[in-house]
Design a protein around this ligand. Structure first.
Ligand code: PLP
Length: 394
């Protein structure tokens, strides 16, 4: 076999999104793209803000000598300074460029953090439902994820989290606004989580790091603000990117920020920079670093996402689905009307409606619907969703 047994196993267990993609292609070939209601993808369907194009034009017209060369593996000083200034203002804690490492997206950043922190067999606690790549990222670096279910409305269940912590717990990895639920973890819960990790660390004689994966932090609605993880806990590490907030997922630009008051912050950053290099990323893309330096206050048109969230949420509620109203990201995570979420997904396919089963996010019994698609597709899908709801007796 051309691939390892481990990867062969991963391919068969992680094939949900791929399967749905292939199913979408098959259905589109038969019925035409406008008759297939594909709610599976998390690929932003909006354009980057106008300011991004302006920066791109400026740089193309006035190229900086040496701008395509290697730089410090942490990234350009002026880019890290711009990120540090934005974080200082946003979190009320003074960051310097020395606390920032520019990365190849949030996915690259998470791999760098996990490689830096983990020894063989270390545990990383994730709160289900969660972005399934975490499992593979932890495995990349000898770790393994321990799943802990969230509580009502998908907020963290701190008693369950406490019960899962062991002497091997190296980190808790959270994601808010969350993929797949769209839920924003609330401030009091984060503060209690910080206190819990501090207490458990002392009890066990370890340090438990809180890794906060926040690529959707600027995609929030209804005046909601994402509480600061740095205010909640000093051993926290933020990982994010501009894949969603500037709609640049193909450009692979993100960063890691380390709490300035973390004991050993300097050593951790040294480790992160080393791993950024030795994982083969070397550094984040040079051109993108220059472009996003002046764009730290910019974001995509959130109004378009909010309008689609409201349209899809209201449609699902009217048709009898049980859904928590999300405050961020661009996903909904309704309860599956059938006990078996995979059977539900297969039933939905009969109506050309494509969604991803909750099993693909570590929480069977639900399904994920993404609304980063054309508004018209959501409108066109209504009769199909109605027929599906009718078949299921909703
Ligand atoms: N984390 C979460 C929760 C995501 O949903 C995604 C992408 O969909 C990523 C990380 C990876 O983002 P990036 O494109 O910045 O690597």
């Amino acid at each position: 076999m051309a691939i390892s047994k481990k990867i062969a196993g991963f391919l068969s267990s992680a094939s949900w999104i791929r399967k749905m993609f292939e199913e979408g292609e098959r259905l589109r070939a038969i019925y035409g793209a406008d008759k297939v209601y594909d709610f599976t993808l998390g690929n932003p369907d909006v354009e980057p803000p106008a300011a991004f194009k302006e920066e791109l034009k400026k740089l193309a017209l006035n190229p900086v000598p040496g701008m395509h060369r290697y730089m410090s593996n942490a990234g350009y000083l002026e880019t890290r300074r711009a990120v540090a200034d934005a974080l200082s203002a946003g979190h009320g804690i003074p960051f310097t460029p020395g606390h920032i490492v520019m990365t190849v997206g949030a996915g690259g950043g998470l791999n760098v953090v996990l490689k830096t922190l983990l020894d063989q067999g270390d545990e990383v606690i994730v709160l289900a439902p969660y972005f399934v790549e975490y499992k593979f990222y932890a495995d990349n670096h000898g770790g393994r994820v321990v799943e802990v279910r969230t509580g009502p409305d998908f907020q963290p269940d701190l008693a369950a989290l406490e019960a899962a912590i062991t002497a091997r717990t190296r980190a808790v990895l959270i994601n808010s606004p969350n993929n797949p639920t769209g839920v924003v973890y609330n401030a009091s819960c984060l503060a209690e989580m910080g206190a819990l990790l501090e207490r458990k660390g002392k009890e066990l004689g370890t340090t438990i790091y809180l890794i906060s994966d926040e690529p959707y932090a600027k995609i929030v609605y209804d005046g909601v603000e994402v509480p600061s993880v740095f205010q909640a806990y000093r051993n926290s590490i933020l990982v994010t990117s501009h894949s969603k907030d500037l709609a640049l997922p193909g450009e692979r630009i993100g960063y890691i920020a380390v709490h300035p008051q973390m004991p050993d912050a300097g050593l951790l950053v040294e480790g992160l920079v080393f791993c950024n290099r030795t994982l083969g990323f070397v550094n984040a893309p040079a051109l993108m670093q220059r472009l996003i330096t002046g764009l730290q206050q910019e974001k995509v048109d959130i109004g378009a996402y909010r309008e689609k969230r409201d349209l899809l949420y209201n449609t699902l509620i009217e048709l009898g689905f049980d859904v928590v109203k999300p405050q961020g990201a661009f996903y909904l995570f309704p309860r599956s009307p059938l006990p078996d979420d995979v059977e539900f997904v297969r039933t939905a396919q009969k109506y050309n409606v494509l969604v991803v089963p909750g099993s693909g996010f570590g929480l069977p019994g639900y399904f994920r619907v993404s609304y980063c698609i054309d508004r018209q597709i959501i409108l066109n899908a209504r009769p199909a969703l109605e027929a599906l709801a009718k078949e299921l007796g909703l």
